[in-house]
Design a binder for this molecule. Structure first.
Ligand code: COI
Length: 353
């Protein structure tokens, strides 16, 4: 159990109004905790949100030793505040930490830190449909050293941002560009870890996709450029001939918490759910045969994002008439309904703050 020291912000900020966008404004407080080799994690504290002071030699600036997580707090119709499966974020954080030589953080401490910070800034959780308080825990290497080796000092921080949906306003279908030139990750690399390097590697393709009028990139595997992996900020699902198919966790794909929840819900509803290698050729063939019924992305930030158009080379595939398929719509309503305390939570995913 952490003994968290709390310093209240003497100058609380005005809350943003209107369309919140994503990740642009921040709450009054942040959580910080240091790690020092030989001592371990120490000095957990909640302090006013503000700039950090770091040595320019901090190793994170040079070799990118950093990890992050993404989670949300929701305001229920009952006025309560809920988290969604926070232990899964804590466990995934440690999977990332292990790969990146960042010290492990007890899952219970991770969840306690999130709970305490949300509790202090609970007035910041927005209540309009589609909005939530996005929570961004992250760890950076702070040791001032230019040699390439695992750092000896780290900072664990949590910041929070009242946000709307990531890719759209309202539940609208997006266009996705299938990238077959640049790749995001390879097996044995860090593709399964939540770390900035995976995202910076994708920026150039994202810019290319956006110039062509597409919202995000769908990545193919790094070796054959044939098997579907994931989208820039979400996992991806296909409904083909009545079955729900998503790429298996091959080592280069992020193990999404919404992905896991969606597979469970689909199985509850009697769908056959297949986690397996899925080639882009199979998707194109299904589209040509008229059996590609729906495509949707899943993610904490993206929730359920229907894909209306997929572009692969010169082939533009319109899915579900470019709108919202019935499964995507039902999943969106169910996932957000459980998160907000409006629907029965039979898997005990919701956690009260
Ligand atoms: C999330 O869904 O929480 C993510 O981390 C996606 C983010 C890159 C916007």
């Amino acid at each position: 159990m952490l003994d968290i020291k709390i310093t209240k912000n003497p100058q609380p900020q005005a809350k943003p109004e209107g369309d919140l966008g994503f990740g642009r404004s921040f709450t009054d407080h942040m959580f910080l905790m240091d790690y020092t080799e030989g001592i371990g994690w120490h000095d957990p504290r909640i302090v006013p949100y503000g700039d950090l002071s770091l040595s320019p030699a901090s190793m994170v600036f040079h070799y990118g030793q950093e990890m992050f997580e993404g989670m949300k707090a929701y305001k229920g119709q009952d006025g309560e505040i809920y988290l969604f499966r926070p232990e899964m974020n804590g466990k995934r954080a440690n999977t990332t930490n292990e790969r990146l030589c960042i010290p492990q953080l007890p899952v219970s401490d991770f969840v306690q830190a999130v709970q305490s910070l949300v509790s202090i800034d609970r007035d910041w959780v927005p209540s309009d449909p589609g909005t939530s308080l996005y929570i961004r825990p992250f760890i950076i290497a702070t040791e001032p050293f230019l040699g390439v080796s695992p750092a000896k000092n780290f900072l664990f921080a949590i910041i929070m941002s009242p946000s709307g949906l990531y890719l759209m306003s309202g539940l609208k279908a997006v266009g996705i560009w299938v990238e077959d030139d640049y790749v995001r990750a390879v097996r044995g690399g860090v593709g399964f870890a939540k770390t900035g390097g995976n995202y910076v590697a994708g920026l150039i393709a994202q810019e290319k996709a956006q110039k062509e009028g597409y919202a995000q990139v769908l990545w193919l595997d790094g070796i054959e450029r044939k098997y579907i992996e994931e989208v820039g900020s979400m996992n991806i699902f296909f409904k083909i001939d009545g079955k729900v198919v998503t790429p298996a966790l091959s080592g280069s794909i992020l193990s999404g918490i919404t992905r896991d929840s969606v597979m469970t819900l689909c199985r509850d509803w009697g769908f056959v759910v297949e986690e397996r290698p899925l080639s882009i050729d199979e998707v194109v063939a299904a589209h040509r045969a008229g059996t590609l019924e729906e495509v949707f992305g899943t993610g904490t930030a993206a929730v359920i994002t229907p894909v209306g158009t997929l572009r692969y080379r010169d082939e533009v595939m319109t899915i579900a008439d470019g709108g919202i398929g019935s499964l995507s719509g039902k999943l969106y309503d169910t996932v957000t309904g459980i998160q907000r305390g409006e629907l029965e939570d039979k898997h005990s995913w919701r956690v009260l703050v």
